[in-house]
Design a protein. Structure first.
Length: 323
């Protein structure tokens, strides 16, 4: 049966990779991408020439369309603290307001997919973090606009499932990196790579011993594709997706620095409420998505990301400036 799909945030880093996967579908009749280009970039989808695809420049919370959709995938939100801490109200509107508005455009019996985040676990006291861990979150802290709007949107969707039978798929993404990240994204891998290629000085906040799970985008999108539409799955989430190999921020900086002889690391004051660790418990993911793993090592993934950034910077940093 032909399917009509809406993807909010489809010009973003992860969203644009999902566009490519969606356009491989034989049952796709129409794909509408909604993006206000706040952090998304036209360049990320400039290669798309499929007649089924259309781009609408609009906020997810105010977008409207005359036709309903069989599937809605809601990704519209900045994911970098640099961006969401700068405009907290806008971040909250994108997540919660976007979900409330987009739900009104879902056909009866349609599926609503949402990209939540490992940030819902806060600064965890349990590692690795399973989906039933309720987290250690400061709901009034500097990261709360993102953390809490993701948690509230999860609550909205699962309550809609409970009272109205909504078909939902909620995934919690852990630290994801790779090509099509903004050069001025502000997160660790993109910061280190862009700094190494420009100033040669890599900025590490604090001692750098805070650890993360670094998921290469191709691996993560493999999981999203399977969970959101490809596999026949009854589980609705939340579901952790990430790489469960935990590596320190300092080790990442050292590896990036090794790719550019003469570059060096500088330590700056710690960022307020920067989580000490973040690692997914993938027990449930292995049951729901048998055979799926984030198999790309951080060394291979960073090398690929490095080459992409190198090309972008050589081309004049267009990806950082276009919007």
């Amino acid at each position: 049966m032909p399917r009509s799909v809406l993807l909010s945030g489809g010009c973003g880093f992860v969203g644009s990779h999902l566009v490519d996967r969606l356009l491989r579908r034989g049952d796709l009749e129409r794909l509408v991408v909604v993006d206000n280009l706040w952090t998304g970039l036209r360049d990320n989808i400039a290669h798309v020439a499929d007649p089924r695809f259309s781009l609408r420049i609009a906020d997810a919370e105010s977008f409207s369309d005359s036709q309903a959709f069989d599937e809605i995938i809601h990704l519209a939100s900045p994911a970098s603290p640099v961006w969401y801490m700068r405009e907290p109200a806008r971040t909250i509107r994108a997540n919660i307001g976007g979900a409330l508005n987009l739900l009104s455009m879902l056909r009866p019996g349609g599926r609503f997919c949402f990209a939540s985040t490992s940030e819902v676990y806060g600064d965890p006291l349990v590692s690795p973090q399973p989906e039933n861990y309720r987290g250690s979150v400061d709901c009034t802290g500097p990261r709360s606009s993102y953390d809490e709007s993701k948690r509230c949107t999860e609550a909205l969707l699962f309550e809609e499932q409970r009272v109205r039978g909504l078909d939902v798929r909620v995934v919690r993404l852990f630290n994801t990196y790779g090509p099509r990240t903004r050069i001025d994204d502000g997160r660790a891998v993109s910061n280190f790579v862009s700094q190494a290629l420009t100033t040669g000085i890599l900025t590490v906040y604090g001692d750098g011993l805070q650890s993360r799970s670094w998921g290469y985008v191709d691996d993560i999108v493999d999981g999203l594709e399977r969970f959101f539409w490809r596999d026949s799955i009854s589980h609705r989430g939340p579901l952790n997706l990430g790489n469960n190999s935990e590596i320190s921020v300092l080790d990442i900086a050292k590896f990036v620095s090794s790719l550019v002889p003469g570059s060096r690391i500088e330590h700056h004051a710690p960022v307020p409420q920067d989580p000490t660790n973040r690692c997914p418990d993938l027990t449930l993911a292995r049951q729901v998505l048998p055979g799926w793993e984030a198999t790309t090592s951080y060394q291979d993934g960073i090398r690929r990301t490095f080459e992409w950034f190198k090309h972008q910077i050589a081309a004049g940093g267009k990806s950082a400036a276009t919007g």
